[in-house]
Design a protein around this ligand. Structure first.
Ligand code: ADP
Ligand code: MG
Length: 364
């Protein structure tokens, strides 16, 4: 997660059956609201900010202006709280773990929980998702300025410190501690947005929100349904086109829809393209024949980590993984963008809209 934390805008608007009728600034407390005129009237608060190195947007709905203001304020404070806790550019508890590698460091319950989820996915994927990839990420610097192709010797040296099995967690009297070995560096960039989105969704539901839509830089969380008996629809980005050009649409209800792709951060040198997902085995950007992987899961952290893992595996290993794990639901897009592979369990909820793309169902 690399970012500056500037709030772009936050506004509260009155929506009727999804159509916005009036908008006013959140800090203008004296703004007049129109009373609901029909039972189906709902109020909507939209939030937009730059956090976690990405654009965060949220739409929350409520029955009264006060309710929607309260829910909107929760989104705002939670996003800021997580940014302060997990940013790599600030003095955060997560950075402290790397700074004090070799020691037990007290962390928040959220960092402990996210780390536990990360270690689980690392085990499940045989380190295709590897949270201790930090020394390799820092060597290549892909996507955050100053990228270069490192020497073989530097890669071999960095690889010595990549091993999630030496990451340890403990709990004492309700306090959480995390320790990595000296020389290690944990990088939660491939799981944190999914985790935070999930925590936000859980909190909103606990606070009474019936439905909301959160988007943390393309990591979407559908809270509840859009309307009664109508799921949220989430477009899957075509990796070779500008944002907003979709190759498929998926229906989602109370789940995360998370995508990893080759399109967002990479660099080219001597005619070779290097992407920002790296292999814990070779210490180099993964050579994949996938252009994007989308995972649908009730657990956003798992979805985020798994889509990074499957992306690195490539078509045939990802397909074998999905056949062996029927609880993992994915849409894979081949790098030539001619084939979409869709898990059997979600085939009725995925509509591939691009007529050029052939759909193949992955049976379990
Ligand atoms: P994005 O954050 O662009 O949506 P991902 O969720 O796939 O994409 O996360 C990619 C980030 O995760 C990289 O920028 C890097 O910090 C880190 N990373 C790269 N390779 C791996 C890997 N094999 N396992 C875990 N994290 C990785
Ligand atoms: Mg990810």
């Amino acid at each position: 997660m690399r970012f500056s934390a500037a709030v772009l805008s936050a506004c509260l608007s009155l929506a009727f059956m999804g159509g916005i009728q009036a908008t006013w600034a959140q800090d203008n407390a004296s703004a007049q609201t129109t009373a609901p005129t029909a039972q189906a009237t709902e109020y909507e608060a939209s939030w937009q900010s730059l956090h976690m190195g990405t654009l965060v947007t949220a739409k929350v709905f409520g029955q009264t202006p006060d309710e929607v203001k309260r829910l909107g304020a929760i989104v705002e404070s939670e996003i800021v709280r997580f940014d302060d806790m997990m940013s790599v550019h600030k003095e955060t508890a997560l950075n402290e773990v790397n700074r004090r590698a070799g020691e037990w460091v007290e962390v928040t319950p959220e960092i402990a929980e996210m780390t536990r989820e990360a270690l689980e996915v690392a085990d499940l994927t045989d380190s295709a998702f590897e949270p201790t990839i930090g020394p390799i990420v820092n060597l290549w610097k892909i996507g955050f300025g100053g990228h270069s192709v490192p020497s073989d010797a530097a890669i071999a040296e960095a690889l010595k410190h990549v091993n999630h099995r030496t990451v340890t967690l403990k709990e004492e009297d309700g306090r959480h501690f995390l320790r990595i070995e000296r020389g290690q560096n944990i990088d939660m960039g491939a799981i944190a947005k999914g985790y935070i989105g999930q925590k936000l969704a859980d909190r909103l539901k606990k606070e009474g929100a019936k439905h909301a839509l959160l988007d943390l830089g393309g990591n979407v969380v559908a809270v509840g349904e859009k309307y009664e008996n109508q799921p949220w629809r989430v477009g899957l980005q075509r990796p070779d086109q500008t944002r907003g050009a979709y190759f498929a649409v998926v229906s989602a209800n109370d789940e995360s829809v998370i995508t990893s792709g080759a399109y967002e951060r990479n660099f080219e040198k001597d005619g070779k393209k290097y992407g920002h997902i790296l292999s814990a085995k070779t210490g180099r950007p993964v050579a994949t024949d996938l252009s994007s992987v989308t995972i649908l899961d009730k657990n956003g952290a798992r979805a985020d980590a798994l889509c990074t893992a499957l992306f690195g595996m490539g078509v045939s290993a990802a397909e074998r993984f999905l056949e062996a794990h029927p609880d993992v639901h994915a849409v894979l897009l081949s790098s030539d963008m001619k084939t979409a592979l869709v898990s059997d369990a979600i085939k009725d909820r995925v509509r591939v809209t691009d007529p050029e793309i052939v759909v193949k169902i992955i049976k379990h």
